[in-house]
Design a binder for this molecule. Structure first.
Ligand SMILES: CC(C)(COP(=O)(O)OP(=O)(O)OC[C@H]1O[C@@H](n2cnc3c(N)ncnc32)[C@H](O)[C@@H]1OP(=O)(O)O)[C@@H](O)C(=O)NCCC(=O)NCCS
Length: 209
């Protein structure tokens, strides 16, 4: 297994995996190209002996406290061997390196494998978006992870992408500003009011997973 940053040249291989992994709601090639080109995130690919076997992306705008796992997929033949976990771990480390403190994601309510993967690294459910995934009419489970707590609990993994230093302008917590002054999505939502409270579907066309 070899993880590296995705490039525009990976688009065709990523799209082949995308269409195979998400048969009913694959992103368009144009949307994926935009994601790969965005300066506001990191996409990684997992390269096996015979080509690409996985990809995943995180949106983490520098200076923002919140970040999102956009998507993650491993080729069917390569699943169940720890690659998804390794890719997710690298994406979390990348988000932390970009200064994020809280990680969010949506996962289909009918995808227990992905939900188990996310729960196993510490994501917890904070809400649901009813009928978020169309045309399948499936709810989204919204999950959150405290990145600092995750890094503390998995120190060796987090060293792959070092945490921001005090010289790093994206390290808001160390720059003298009170971190508590930054309202995060989770703070706005409040703890514990999760599954019963529906979160409105976003106006944007893109469905993060
Ligand atoms: C979700 C996905 C990325 C997991 O990748 P993977 O390489 O198979 O996962 P790993 O082998 O690293 O397993 C990590 C964890 O996932 C969960 N998991 C993996 N396979 C599972 C299975 N068949 N049943 C239940 N849980 C499973 C377990 O929690 C596992 O941890 P464990 O091995 O300690 O029990 C992969 O199944 C996939 O690409 N699915 C299709 C695309 C998709 O649904 N993406 C997620 C969108 S939100």
């Amino acid at each position: 297994m070899s993880l590296r940053t995705a490039t525009p040249d990976d688009l065709a291989d990523i799209m082949a995996l995308e269409r195979a992994s998400f048969p009913t709601d694959a992103w368009s090639e144009a949307m994926m190209a935009e994601e790969l080109a965005s300066p506001h995130g990191t996409y990684l690919v997992d390269v096996g002996l015979h080509g690409l076997v996985g990809y995943g992306g995180v949106r983490a705008v520098r200076g923002a406290a919140d970040a999102d796992i956009q998507t993650i997929a491993i080729a069917a033949a390569a699943r169940g061997r720890g690659r998804g976990r390794a890719l997710l771990t690298a994406l979390l480390a990348a988000a932390r390196e970009r200064g994020a403190r809280d990680m969010f994601l949506e996962v289909r309510a009918d995808n227990p494998v992905a939900e188990a993967l996310y729960a196993s690294v510490g994501f917890t459910e904070i809400g649901r978006r009813p009928r978020y995934y169309q045309p399948d009419d499936v709810d989204a489970v919204v999950m959150r992870l405290d990145l600092a707590a995750w890094a503390a609990a998995s120190a060796p993994a987090s060293t792959a992408f070092p945490a921001p230093t005090s010289e790093d302008p994206t390290n808001l917590g160390a720059s003298g500003e009170d971190p508590s002054s930054f309202a995060t999505f989770s703070e706005l939502r409040g703890p514990g009011d999760a599954a019963d409270a529906a979160i409105a579907a976003p106006a944007v066309q893109e469905r993060a997973r």
